[in-house]
Design a protein around this ligand. Structure first.
Ligand SMILES: CC(C)(COP(=O)(O)OP(=O)(O)OC[C@H]1O[C@@H](n2cnc3c(N)ncnc32)[C@H](O)[C@@H]1OP(=O)(O)O)[C@@H](O)C(=O)NCCC(=O)NCCS
Length: 160
């Protein structure tokens, strides 16, 4: 639905504006964000991804994806991607609910092992540790913040 894609794009745009390192560089427009979610929607239609959204008071405030597509020798493995909560809705447990939903939906799709990576030292790391994820280690200078500064990345896994 076009309104949902617009709302998802608004959350992604807000997160990148806020400096989140989630694959995109500044300048990053609402149209860029909309294009990204059009691509994700195609992947969902093909059965390659799950996409969950969280609503507060009727407004879409957060989202997360599970990448289901995996090589033939890893059918049991999924990957968490694009956990995003708009800045005004943070600190209320929205991300925790999204992660719990993502883990349970991944399990329902036959996944027993999930992996993810995230910027080292950000709040998301604490969230994953709180939810029982194991940190494998840190890869220095793995990615860039939207403004071009390098950031380290922590890799996590969880049996679900
Ligand atoms: C990381 C991110 C998803 C967290 O979203 P969130 O909805 O704020 O997460 P939660 O509310 O579940 O947890 C955040 C904090 O609020 C606290 N909290 C949760 N519910 C609370 C409540 N009812 N009252 C008070 N505090 C609460 C949590 O304990 C947590 O505290 P901590 O940061 O000290 O550990 C969000 O900051 C974000 O979108 N960041 C940008 C994108 C990004 O980096 N995504 C991760 C990519 S892997």
């Amino acid at each position: 639905m076009p309104e949902l894609l617009d709302a998802l794009a608004a959350v992604l745009h807000d997160c990148v504006e806020g400096g989140a390192s989630v694959n995109y560089m500044a300048p990053f427009s609402r149209e860029d964000a909309r294009g990204a979610f059009e691509g994700f929607a195609t992947e969902v239609e093909r059965g390659n991804r799950l996409l969950l959204a969280a609503f507060a008071g009727g407004e879409l405030v957060g989202t997360v994806q599970v990448i289901l597509a995996s090589p033939p020798n890893q059918p049991h493995r999924g990957e968490i991607a694009k956990l995003l909560v708009q800045r005004t809705a943070r600190g209320r447990g929205v991300a925790q609910l999204l992660m719990q939903g993502a883990e349970s939906e991944a399990r329902a799709e036959g996944k027993s092992l999930l992996v993810l990576d995230t910027v080292t030292g950000d709040g998301a790391e604490r969230l994953y540790e709180r939810l029982g994820w194991t940190r494998v280690g840190v890869i220095p200078n793995y990615a860039l913040y939207p403004d071009g500064r390098p950031c380290d990345t922590s890799v996590f896994w969880k049996s679900v």
